[in-house]
Ligand binder design. Structure first.
Ligand code: UDP
Ligand code: UDP
Length: 479
């Protein structure tokens, strides 16, 4: 008898792979023991960093034989080509991989004793959809951001059709998406900002393709984003096709058992000595970084307010194509060169600066932490929600401005920073927002709301909270 397999095809990048692995574990948990295996397709080459390789090794070991990885052969594409945007390069690589290796993989699997029950793909891997359809494999998108961003993606092709300029040139135009707060056109994700970027067409295609799958699985829960969830359910977001089934299965958060931890991080030890709820945590995702001038301005804001803080600082970006994105582990980075003279000594005892990386989930769940300055990446957002920590929203790239609008205006769990035209945030602006969050009536209300949302997130984790009907329908064997 053939073995049942669910194939997962994440976009490259640790964040995408981790989320897919967590989804795979959920599918396994919901299926009878030993009834199904999970196979995860990996884009290699420069996208497979040492951190990804060791993560894959750990998962393969911890979940053998239920989860296996299949690495696509390395494609020779110039990822350093500065004349093409990073998104255009990524679309090229995924497109080529899908055409050459994914098709071959399906053909190969058909000759073995495996039967593919379903395919779950990242929206960036949309070119897999028609290939899977030819083989009649039920295919779902896994959308790793929230319902707000999904509502915008669903509706974006309609808006794009009505525009005669690039979004980047519409600097004072607000866009209106059904079920969402208004959004400045130039705050859309980078791949779609410039009509002349080859990534533009691919991105719009990706958005219209979302409605063509058997369903869209979303890492959120309905209580967190009731307004966009309703707009999607009412069919207001997908303009030119029926809305596909949408399954809200979150909040999925990476499991710390799968992380590489040698000993308790020094920042957690430092937090032990701080009063409850007193520390502001500043962290901007796995790649977010700032110019030296902006780093100094943050330092000025923190110093003036005499705020207790834990701040993760990364090297300023060197690749100008990647505004706000730092290369991993910049060996030449010297923290003292970017912080104001004497800052570390003057804030000793009440502040700690950590270079590159802190264990964010553990930090957010530490009782000393009372606020979080975040870039509004979706994983960070869910982690803060589950920890019940209110935020100051400082979006940098991708769909983070959409997340910010939802956090500030709908969820009321964050205060937004006001940015100047070039996206610079002054020290005095930061100081003002920190005071609002940590020491005002508004901040107190936000804290209460965050605690309440934490309870609802925990409830969504209980089995009845999940919408797992897609698993029951296509993947669970004995139903
Ligand atoms: N990550 C890690 N070590 C690293 C780099 C990243 O553990 O050196 C993990 C991190 O825990 C987070 C994820 O990578 O969950 C985000 O990675 P990435 O920025 O590649 O994701 P993307 O932005 O593409 O979603
Ligand atoms: N993260 C972390 N420590 C850091 C920076 C990031 O553990 O110093 C983790 C964080 O907990 C989250 C992920 O990296 O799981 C960032 O994902 P998110 O979607 O928020 O942002 P991205 O990195 O994709 O921009």
């Amino acid at each position: 008898m053939k073995k049942d397999t669910v194939v997962l095809y994440p976009a490259p990048g640790m964040g995408h792979i981790i989320s897919m692995v967590e989804l795979g574990k959920l599918v396994l948990r919901e299926s009878p023991p030993n009834s199904i295996t999970i196979s995860i397709l990996i884009t290699t080459g420069p996208y497979e960093t040492p951190a990804i390789t060791s993560y894959i090794t750990r998962i393969s070991h911890n979940y053998h034989p239920s989860i296996t990885f299949h690495r696509f052969p390395h494609l020779s594409v110039d990822t350093g080509d500065r004349s093409r945007s990073p998104a255009a390069i990524m679309f090229d690589i995924i497109g080529l991989n899908t055409l050459q290796h994914f098709s071959h993989y399906l053909h190969h699997i058909a000759q073995t004793d495996h039967h593919i029950r379903a395919l779950i793909i990242d929206p960036f891997c949309f070119s897999a959809l028609p290939i899977a359809a030819q083989r009649r494999i039920p295919t779902y998108y896994f959308y790793t951001s929230g319902a707000s961003a999904l509502a915008a993606f669903f509706y974006l092709p309609k808006i794009a059709e009505q525009m005669d300029k690039s979004f980047k040139d519409l600097t004072s135009t607000y866009l209106h998406f059904p079920g969402l707060p208004k959004l400045l056109a130039s705050h859309l994700p980078e791949p779609v900002l410039d009509r002349n970027d080859p990534a533009y067409g691919d991105f719009i295609y990706l958005c219209s393709d979302l409605s063509k799958a058997d369903g869209v699985i979303v890492n959120t829960f309905e209580d967190l984003e009731p307004i966009p969830v309703r707009a999607i359910a009412d069919g207001c977001c997908v303009a030119e096709a029926p809305t596909p089934p949408v399954y809200y299965i979150g909040p999925i958060i990476a499991d710390s058992i799968d992380k590489e931890v040698e000993k308790r991080h020094e920042c957690l030890v430092w937090l032990d000595s701080q009063p409850n709820g007193s520390v502001l945590f500043l962290c901007f995702g796995s790649r977010g970084s700032f110019s030296e001038a902006q780093v100094r301005e943050i330092a000025i804001g923190l110093e003036r307010k005499e705020q207790r803080f834990l701040w993760v600082v990364r090297a300023p970006p060197r690749n100008t194509n990647l505004k706000h994105v730092s290369e991993y582990e910049d060996k030449n980075f010297d923290l003292n060169q970017v912080l104001p003279d004497g800052f570390v000594e003057r804030t000793k005892g009440r502040g700690l600066v950590v270079e590159e990386w802190a264990p964010q989930v553990e930090v957010l769940n530490h009782k000393a932490v009372g606020g979080f300055v975040s870039h509004c990446g979706w994983n960070s957002t869910l982690e803060a929600v589950v920890a019940g920590v209110p935020m100051i929203a400082w979006p940098l790239y991708a769909e983070q401005h959409l997340n910010r609008a939802a956090l500030v205006e709908d969820m009321k769990m964050a205060i937004g920073v006001e940015m100047e035209d070039d996206e610079f945030v002054s020290g005095s602006e930061l100081e003002k927002r920190v005071r609002e969050l940590m020491a005002s009536e508004k901040g107190r209300e936000m804290r209460e709301r965050s605690f309440e949302m934490r309870e609802r997130a925990l409830k969504a984790w209980e089995e009845q909270g999940y919408d797992l009907s897609f698993i029951r329908k296509h993947m669970k064997i004995d139903c």
